[in-house]
Design a protein around this ligand. Structure first.
Ligand code: COD
Length: 305
């Protein structure tokens, strides 16, 4: 079982290098992280963008890019469809967002004819190493699904469960978060959380213990839960935190990163291949961890039904 992000890098190095199509690669920050991951033996990049711009940005970070690693497109709006095409046609194993907006890449991925859709929901998972928590913690969905309904939440959980199982956690514990731990019909996330608990019991979510609703404190602290009269195997030992919506997930993950010094990897699950969505504000470590996680996932068994 993997308990640290560095272990993901170590393990992924055994499976690398994997071919990564980078959409809009002409950016120093992006290229620096690609260079680092390549030096670690994790990846071989296919840098999609304008050749001259890629070479100029690469030079700025001391990265010698050979011509066979550049896939030239003249216009920035061609980069996402081209990178997706490289994956679809088997020329790349992983897709990575370079210097472009998340929704632009996601639209190319979701394109019905030319994209990378499967019959599953696409969702994002942040895998966080928080110094004050005893194991890796997945936070989902902080980047894709804006206001998921009940069935989408079940699919988001299943994607995160598949990720944790790929890391060796056979029966991950999932806390469905809300602002309170009792059901209040005026707070819809409490109803969803209770339904998700029952759905897991009835086999509508597989390979996971799901409980909720939890306020954040009683998901993370067994003591806090017991004080509220909650005795759940998930309290204080959650592997996955399901956020009620995108805003909550995003605020939670950034809060852990900036105020609790968490390190993190981020990955999109549910497409034909793992997708790395990095943001401009991500530290280089997060990009390496995310690429390593993507490499590891290329080896994962088929997702749960
Ligand atoms: N998984 C699978 N299919 C999807 C998903 C998904 N998560 N989302 C939409 N689809 C399919 C729909 O079924 C439909 O067939 C088609 O895609 C278009 O659906 P729309 O019109 O509902 O979706 P869009 O195109 O408006 O938006 C989809 C996005 C994922 C781009 C959108 O949800 C979005 O912008 N999310 C936030 C992305 C973002 O900015 N994140 C940054 C925060 S860090």
């Amino acid at each position: 079982m993997i308990t640290k992000l560095d272990e993901i890098v170590e393990q992924a190095r055994h499976y690398g290098p994997k071919r990564v199509a980078v959409a809009a690669a002409a950016n120093a920050l992006v290229l620096r992280s690609i260079k680092q991951a390549e030096e670690l033996g994790l990846i071989t990049p296919l840098l999609v963008g304008h050749r001259d711009e890629i070479l100029a940005e690469a030079e700025a970070v001391g990265y010698q890019v050979s011509d066979d690693k550049i896939v030239h497109v003249a216009m920035k709006n061609e980069t996402a469809p081209k990178a997706v095409e490289l994956v679809r046609t088997g020329k790349a194993d992983i897709l990575m967002k370079g210097y472009l907006h998340t929704h632009v890449l996601l639209h190319a991925v979701l394109d019905t004819n030319a994209g990378l859709r499967t019959d599953r929901l696409l969702s994002h998972v942040f895998l966080m190493q928080v110094p004050t928590y005893h194991k890796l913690l997945a936070v989902t969905d902080a980047a894709i699904n804006i206001a998921p309904d009940l069935l989408q939440k079940a699919a988001i959980i299943q994607n995160a469960v598949d990720l944790m199982r790929a890391l060796g956690i056979d029966l991950p514990k999932v806390a469905a978060l809300s602002s309170v731990e009792t059901i209040n019909p005026r707070i819809p996330s409490t109803i969803d959380a209770a339904c998700l608990h029952k759905m897991a019991e009835r086999g509508q979510i597989n390979h996971a213990i799901v409980d909720g609703p939890f306020a954040f404190d009683n998901a993370i602290s067994r003591q806090a839960a017991l004080e509220k009269g909650i005795d759940s195997p998930v309290s204080g030992d959650a592997d996955i935190l399901l956020a009620p919506d995108l805003d909550a997930g995003n605020i939670l993950s950034k809060n852990l990163e900036y105020l609790a010094s968490a390190q993190m990897a981020g990955i999109v699950m549910g497409a034909r291949v793992p997708i790395v969505l990095t943001s401009r504000s991500d530290p280089p470590g997060a990009r390496t961890y995310s690429l390593a996680l993507a490499v590891l996932l290329t080896q994962a068994p088929a997702p749960s039904e």
